[in-house]
Design a binder for this molecule. Structure first.
Ligand SMILES: [Zn+2]
Length: 241
């Protein structure tokens, strides 16, 4: 397990430090996005991918996608709650969501995917985010990719907004010989195709990239990732309003 029991506290401690830092080094973003409860009245679904017997991608059997995406998702929930949003999690522990769709155990994967879709489509939320980590045969490929369903303009806007915020962390310092993803892409996946609310699948980085692994396995960076996604959500909701 890459996320030890104390990791939640470490992410929180890092988030507090980041917040204090933002007071002394304010960015060009409107200050109003940082203070008060800018997301009061908003409802957001967070879907940390995989869980339970489904680890997702992994590295050396000890760094598991399901743990990383849950750690980032729980910290993101904390930030969203703090900003006044109501957050619905498809899972908040190490389990999948197949329990929401009773049926043949052999169809667990399909029931899990439809379980997530059920939570999203019954939520009445403003948007959803499905959190994942990518993998590829070439370890020099790195960076985040926000996938959106073609033909749904609001999803593309959400993908662009989140991608822009995540890039400074996940696409920083590109070196010759690396392929660094930094643009949203069209994708055809059940959740983004069939959800009845805007949403994206965010591949936060590549499990197969040593550079990305170094970033997203560090609890402080998990806090930074959550904060970047949080700012993207705030920007999207304010742009849409
Ligand atoms: Zn995944």
């Amino acid at each position: 397990m890459v996320v030890p029991p104390a990791a939640g506290g470490a992410v929180l401690a890092c988030a507090v430090l980041l917040w204090i830092g933002s007071l002394f080094y304010p960015s060009a973003r409107p200050v109003s996005l940082y203070y008060g409860r800018p997301l009061k009245g908003s409802v957001i679904v967070l879907d940390p991918g995989h869980g339970g017997i489904d680890s997702g991608s992994h590295y050396e059997e000890r760094i598991l996608e399901k743990d990383i995406v849950l750690a980032v998702g729980l910290e993101l929930r904390r930030l969203l709650n703090q900003a006044g949003a109501t957050v619905i999690m498809t899972r908040e522990r190490d389990e999948d969501t197949s329990k929401y769709i009773p049926g043949d155990p052999a169809s667990r994967y399909q029931r899990d995917m439809h379980g997530r879709l059920k939570v999203i489509n019954e939520s009445g939320a403003d948007l959803f985010l499905s959190l994942h980590l990518n993998s590829f045969s070439d370890p020099t490929v790195r960076g985040a990719i926000a996938f959106y369903s073609p033909g749904r303009p609001e999803n593309k806007i959400l993908a662009e907004t989140i991608q822009k915020q995540v890039n400074p962390l996940m696409a920083s310092d590109p070196k010759p010989g690396q392929t660094v993803h930094s643009s949203p892409k069209e994708g055809s996946y059940l959740l983004i195709n069939e959800a009845n609310i805007p949403g994206i699948i965010l591949e936060m980085g590549f499990m197969t990239s040593p550079i990305d692994r170094e970033i997203f396995t560090e609890p402080c960076n998990q806090g930074k990732l959550a904060q970047a996604i949080f700012l993207g959500i705030v920007e999207y909701i304010y742009t849409k309003a």
